[in-house]
Structure formats: C-alpha cells, structure tokens
Design a protein around this ligand. Structure first.
Ligand SMILES: [Zn+2]
Length: 397
C-alpha cells in the first residue's frame, strides 16, 4: 500500500504473476495469513480489526469514520451474553408467575356459591381437558376443530374474570410463551400472562387432575338438582349475553366475507340485543345476512366508500327488524353457518345447562326449567305433563 492508502498493485497483476486464480489466491491467503489493520481498532476490545480481503479492509476504514467497529470475537461474545440474559429473564418471569399466581393447595370451589356464568365457563373449559386425566385446560389459542367461545374476546374475558377472583390458576406445565413482562402505571415491569396461552387448573387440593374431574362432575350434578336461587335469577341474562356474542360473531363473519372492515361498538350491540329480544338467533342471522349483502351492493353501485357502506349495515339491520315487527312478519329462520361451529360455551349453556333443543330457533320461553324449580330437572326430559302436575300440586297447597 502507498502512504496515501491506495493499493500498489491490482489483484489481477498478482494473480497473473503467480499463475493462479483470484479465488485460489483469496483461499490461500486466508489459510496462511492474518492481516490486521493498525488504523481500525475494535471499539470493544481495542485490538486491530482483522481484514480478510481488500474490500473488507476498505469497508472497515469507511465504517470507522461514522460508526462503531466491533470485531467478530466481541460480537459473538456479546450475542452469547444477550442470549444468556434473555434466558435468565424468562426464568425469573416464570418463577415469579408461579410464586404469585401458580397453583396452590387451596380450598376447592363451592359450586353453589359460583355464578351461573362462572359455572358455564368452568364446565366449558374443563369438560374438554388437555388429557384423559383432566390435568389442565387446553389453552384457548390451541383449540382446534372446535372453538371455546363464539368470539375470542368473550373467551378471554371469561377466563380473566375467573382468574382475577382466584377460581382458576396457572398450571405449572404452561408453556413459557404464555408469560410476558407488562409495564404498570409507574413504568415498572411486572410479570404478566397471556390469558389465551395459559393452561388452567381450577382451585383445589391435591393433584390438579382429580380437582378438575371432581369439579366437572360436581357441576353436572348441581345442574340436575334444584338450582340455587341465584342461578334461577341469572340464567336469562346469561342467555342474552351468549346470544349476543353469537349474533356478533355471525355479523363479523358476514362483514369479513365482503372485505368490510368492522369492529362492533355500542350501537351494534344495542341493535342486535334489541333484535334478539323479539327474534330467535336463526331469524337474526337472516337480518344480518341480508343487511351485509345489501351493504355490499350499495358499495358496488358506487358513490360511497367501502367504510361508509360497511357502516350502513347496522342501520339496515335496525330498520328491517322494526319493519318485520310492525308487519308482524314470520321471519324465516336461518340454519347454522358451517363456518361458525357452536362454541363450547354456547353448547354448555344452551344444551347442557338450559336443555334447549336447537338454539337457532329457541326463545327463552322454551327453556324447560322455567316453571319447574321444585323438580329434579333433567336436561333431556322436558316433560310438560310432569310440569303440569307440579303446577297443579302447587295450586292445591
Ligand atoms: Zn473486539
């Protein structure tokens, strides 16, 4: 090299005089020589940078002018240290989570003290356990072929409610990806969980498998006996909530089909809840399907944005419900959409708990337990004669 930093001889001249190719030359040099450039030092260890080629040499010199130079050894040492720190941080997180929220030997749940909503969630969660031994629940994000709740939001909030009130706990076999650090209001990092990645177990003493199996059995038993007064009071509002989730899920599905961006707000909820007060879910499907189809046609005709067309859907549903009520229409009941299977929560509430045959056509009046609080209630035996007899007896008393 010259004093001004330019190369004395081009590479071609060297290879020609030696009678070898450039590739061979580079290979040989790498084997026999380590070239260090005294002008470029590693910013971490202060040792001269190794240069394996002219282009690397030039690049190091250019880079040194505006950025930190770090040698290979320092770089891999740093990566190793970072990996170790990340692993330690993750382990600390898992330890803290287990210490704070982990499964402990606590008194088992008293089924009759639970709300009907909690009963539905617990039964839907643990009747499909991760294994035959009821060891823990399947994480919500790992359900396949079936779904836990009509909409993921509802599933997450149901489990959060149970977790916050100390009724379910994080099972130790929960995968690390379920844990994360969350900044609190003061900016301090706190251990947190992703609710839908956790494997849950119910509260109770001893091995989790027998705790969860006993809970499922206990809930099923409690449902066949006369219900606690609180459940009698609660089932109708739980019906409304789950039906609304079902209607919202179908609306989201239809909107997605037409590539309408949509996230339901209060108005949508109010309109669908009002529709469900007068019509069965299958009829509300009808309103939703027609309204989204008409919104898509509205957009196709032009003159409105896709967003405006999407936003017109809820108004359409509201008007057609009002019109159907005013005209006393017999609204055609739609069948279940194959793309939207019944969720575990819906099946548990409508079939197992309320004994309804087809929740697409059912109305709250169809619930067999309505007038039979003094009877042993069997989910599959909606026997009106028995109910009539009980009413007669009550009148005689
Ligand atoms: Zn270095």
């Amino acid at each position: 090299m010259d004093a001004d930093g330019s190369w004395k001889r081009p590479v071609r001249e060297v290879t020609t005089s030696a009678g070898i190719s450039q590739i061979i030359l580079t290979q040989r040099l790498r084997e026999i020589v380590i070239a260090r450039d005294p002008e470029t030092l590693c910013d971490d260890c202060g040792i001269e940078m190794i240069t394996a080629s002219r282009s690397e040499f030039d690049q190091n010199r250019r880079s040194a002018a505006f950025t930190r130079l770090v040698c290979k050894e320092c770089r891999s040492a740093k990566e190793e240290a970072e990996k170790l720190a990340a692993a330690e941080r993750q382990q600390r997180l898992v330890d803290e989570i287990n210490a704070r929220f982990g499964y402990r030997d606590l008194d088992p749940l008293e089924i009759e003290q639970l709300s009907l909503r909690e009963v539905v969630t617990l039964l839907a969660l643990f009747r499909n356990p991760i294994d035959e031994n009821y060891t823990c629940s399947i994480p919500l994000d790992s359900w396949s072929g079936s779904i836990f709740s009509a909409r993921p939001e509802d599933g997450r909030s149901r489990l959060t409610e149970l977790w916050n009130s100390g009724k379910i706990y994080v099972h130790p076999s929960t995968p690390p990806k379920a844990f994360g650090w969350v900044a609190n209001s003061e900016g301090d990092e706190q251990p947190g969980i992703y609710v839908d990645r956790v494997r849950w177990t119910a509260r109770g003493q001893g091995p989790t498998g027998s705790v969860n199996a006993t809970l499922v059995k206990g809930i099923k038993g409690a449902l066949t006996r006369p219900w606690p007064d609180s459940w009698q009071m609660q089932w109708a509002s739980e019906w409304d909530r789950v039906m609304l989730e079902e209607a919202l899920a179908y609306l989201e599905l239809c909107m997605e089909e037409y590539n309408f961006e949509f996230s339901p707000g209060d108005r949508t909820r109010n309109v669908l809840a009002e529709a469900l007060e007068s019509f069965a879910l299958g009829a509300v499907y009808n309103f939703i399907w027609r309204a989204t189809k008409d919104s898509a046609a509205y957009f196709q005709r032009g003159g409105v944005t896709r967003k405006q067309a999407a936003n017109s859907t809820v108004g359409r549903i509201e008007r057609s419900v009002e019109y159907a009520l005013a005209q006393k229409w017999d609204v055609k009941i739609y069948r279940r959409d194959r793309r939207l299977p019944w969720s575990a929560v819906s099946t548990t509430l409508f079939t197992t708990v309320l004994g309804v045959g087809d929740a697409m056509t059912a109305r709250p009046d169809d619930v067999p337990l309505d007038d039979s609080e003094d009877l042993d209630w069997e989910p599959d035996a909606a026997d009106h004669e028995v109910a009539d007899t009980a009413d007669d007896e009550r009148e005689q008393q």
